[in-house]
Ligand binder design. Structure first.
Ligand SMILES: NC(=O)c1ccc[n+]([C@@H]2O[C@H](COP(=O)([O-])OP(=O)(O)OC[C@H]3O[C@@H](n4cnc5c(N)ncnc54)[C@H](OP(=O)(O)O)[C@@H]3O)[C@@H](O)[C@H]2O)c1
Length: 254
């Protein structure tokens, strides 16, 4: 408890899955949270739940492809709570999937826009604000796909998410002196809407499960607890990392 006392955090992709659970955990740990995604009703329900549990949160609905949305999230943090200390840039999409020879330029570009360019735009506005209050922690949601694991049919997703690792390293090097830490999490499979949409049969789920040493997929809470670590002062010397939270998928051949 209280690992994020007096901290102000932005969480995107907060309307479901990993982002929703992380926003609740941040609030439980004392952070004031600005939650973002496109679906306003889901965000409103999340804010209600956080407040009912004694926490503090506000919602800003929008699309991460818009630079104005990132400005609005930072403004909400500063206007409502006076600062910005933590940003979990987690919104993402699988995008256009299927054999790469059939993927459209529009589909490929859209996937990069949501998963990669949006994360750059987010950090651009978040870091400027964090510098004003002595530093902060930026965390991007990448994935094991495109790093330690390759699947056919997800070229745009893999390219966009591995791009986040380069972005993480560049920003960590650039803003370390300002005490802004930047890290990426690389989850294995996590039981969320995205996972269930991709793996919609028992056979597919059994295959994905078998790829992990732990022979199961993660719960969103297991990922949230790793994000909490990177967000908190416990990780005060951790920056520029690509942090696998993959149940041993990267070392499993059996
Ligand atoms: N589940 C897995 O196995 C897994 C593994 C590794 C990494 N990840 C990554 O984890 C992150 C969270 O995914 P999840 O598994 O928790 O799935 P999810 O429940 O589908 O969450 C995706 C979130 O991203 C938001 N989002 C998508 N496009 C957006 C846009 N254009 N603008 C604003 N928000 C947008 C969605 O909100 P709205 O629809 O309300 O906008 C939703 O809150 C993603 O970046 C994903 O790539 C997932």
């Amino acid at each position: 408890m209280n690992r994020l006392n007096n901290k102000v955090a932005i969480v995107t992709g907060a309307s479901s899955g990993i982002g929703r659970v992380t926003a609740k955990l941040f609030a439980t740990e004392g952070a004031k949270v600005v939650v973002g995604a496109r679906r306003q009703p889901e965000l409103d329900r999340l804010v209600e739940e956080i407040r009912a549990a004694g926490g503090e949160a506000v919602a800003v609905a929008g699309d991460v492809r818009s630079e104005e949305f990132h400005k609005a999230l930072v403004a909400a943090a500063v206007d409502t709570y006076g600062a910005l200390d933590i940003a979990f840039n987690n919104a993402g999409t699988l995008g256009e999937a299927g054999p790469s020879t059939g993927v459209s330029e529009a589909g490929f570009s859209e996937t990069l826009a949501i998963n990669l360019t949006a994360s750059f735009l987010a950090a651009k506005h978040q870091i400027g604000q964090m510098e004003k209050n002595g530093g902060g922690s930026v965390i991007f949601t990448s994935t094991f796909v495109g790093y330690s694991f390759a699947f056919p049919g997800v070229a745009a997703y893999a390219a966009s998410k591995s791009g986040l690792i380069g972005l993480t390293q560049a920003l960590a090097a650039e803003y370390g002196q300002q005490n802004v830490r930047v890290n990426a999490i690389l989850p294995g499979a996590v039981d969320t809407d995205m996972y269930r949409d991709m793996n919609d049969t028992a056979d597919k789920q059994a295959f994905i499960t078998s790829l992990h040493a732990l022979k199961r997929v993660a719960t969103p809470d297991e990922v949230a607890r790793s994000v909490l670590y990177l967000a908190s002062d416990d990780a005060s010397f951790v920056t520029g990392t690509a942090s696998l939270i993959d149940g041993g998928a990267s070392i499993t051949r059996t």
